[in-house]
Design a protein around this ligand. Structure first.
Ligand code: PMP
Length: 342
């Protein structure tokens, strides 16, 4: 018997099916172009990473990497951990996560609340350093019996989750009229999977490919690698969830048309503007992605082009209440918040 729309027999069935919402006030100056946001905070675990948490576990169960009583060990900046912990709780697995120490305390507390053990590691060390959150996760996955290490950075179920769900949802929701797709890049799973689905669906219907634009953080190495093929020296930045200090194999750079970079201030200002002007309370990477989406829409608009820009908003603002939504915190980083206009 099929269930009514919006009714689910378990939490994992409620993953995905997120709303696509048109912006109206921050885009008030645009005459021809539109910006639409895919509100991934509406996933049951609160971020886009629920989708890959489920897909990676499904593959691991199918291939026998994860069996009853098993433990999931992952290096995560928070959201993937929440997605995995939610799926693990629903299916009876244990979770052990490593996180860099720059992450919001609320994210750590949330992981613990869903039953995970969390190990905090220094942010400011090389990936190969034995103290890095990647190295600690790998070591724990070898030490703990019956452990499985999904490694979202190389796991092909990460982009595949978006080939199966996010990309086709956007195509349906825009009725194939999307002209530009904008997403921040961490593992690159979101952008690669969505780009693949959107370009395949466009081919099937004989339509032009939407232009795929990745958003990197200034201080990360992804943009330079994409443009020059060289790996620069990363430096730390405050915004969470995107940009990397190594090249994740979950990213398919051949599907990306352009990468643009944003700084911390772009992300924080735009996220706060989105909350005040649109009522959409989202994370810092959402602000960065939206900054680029608006720049693109404005440029297209001045050329009298009718762009339909879709931008992924990966998570909610709640974990950042004590950080970028807190004026004292921003002032401690030297930002003159009183000058910021909404
Ligand atoms: N924003 C946030 C808040 C995230 O947690 C992530 C994932 N690290 C991203 C953006 C980037 O997504 P992806 O890993 O799919 O590139």
């Amino acid at each position: 018997m099929s269930l009514p729309v919006g009714v689910y027999t378990d939490v994992v069935s409620a993953i995905g099916h997120t709303p696509l919402i048109r912006l109206n006030r921050v885009t008030a100056e645009l005459e021809h172009s539109e910006v639409w946001v895919k509100l991934e905070r509406c996933n049951p675990g609160g971020s886009i990473k629920d989708r890959i948490g489920l897909q990676m576990v499904l593959e691991a169960e199918e291939k026998g990497w994860l069996s009853p009583g098993g433990t999931i060990v992952e290096a995560t900046s928070g959201n993937t951990g929440i997605g995995l912990a939610m799926v693990a709780a629903q299916r009876g697995y244990r979770c052990v996560f490593t996180m860099p120490d720059k992450m919001a305390k609320e994210k750590i507390d949330l992981l613990k609340a869903i039953g995970a053990d969390v190990h905090i590691c220094p942010t400011d060390v090389e990936k190969e350093d034995p103290k890095s959150y990647y190295s600690v996760a790998r070591r724990l996955s070898e030490e703990i019996p019956n452990a499985w290490y999904p490694d979202q950075y190389s796991n092909q179920s990460n982009p595949l989750a978006h080939v199966f769900s996010t990309g086709p949802e956007i195509w349906r929701q825009t009725q194939g009229e999307i002209t530009h797709f904008v997403a921040t890049m961490g593992t690159g799973g979101t952008i690669s999977g969505c780009a693949k689905a959107l370009k395949n669906l466009a081919d099937k219907e004989g339509k032009e490919h939407p232009r795929v634009i990745g958003v990197d953080a200034i201080g990360s190495i992804l943009k330079e690698y994409f443009e020059e093929g060289t790996i620069g020296k990363p430096h730390t930045y405050a915004v969470e969830g995107f940009g990397e200090d190594f090249i994740p194999t979950a990213t398919d750079f051949s599907l990306i048309d352009e990468i643009l970079a944003v700084n911390d201030e772009d992300c924080f200002r735009m996220a706060r503007r989105l909350a005040r002007q649109e009522g959409l309370f989202c994370g810092g990477s959402c602000g960065g992605a939206l900054k680029i989406a608006l720049d693109i829409a404005e440029k297209m608009d001045t050329e009298n082009m009718k762009a339909k820009v879709v931008v992924i908003l990966p998570d909610a603002g709640n974990p950042y209440l004590s950080k970028m939504y807190n004026d004292d915190w921003l002032q401690s980083l030297g930002y003159d918040v009183d000058e910021w206009e909404w």
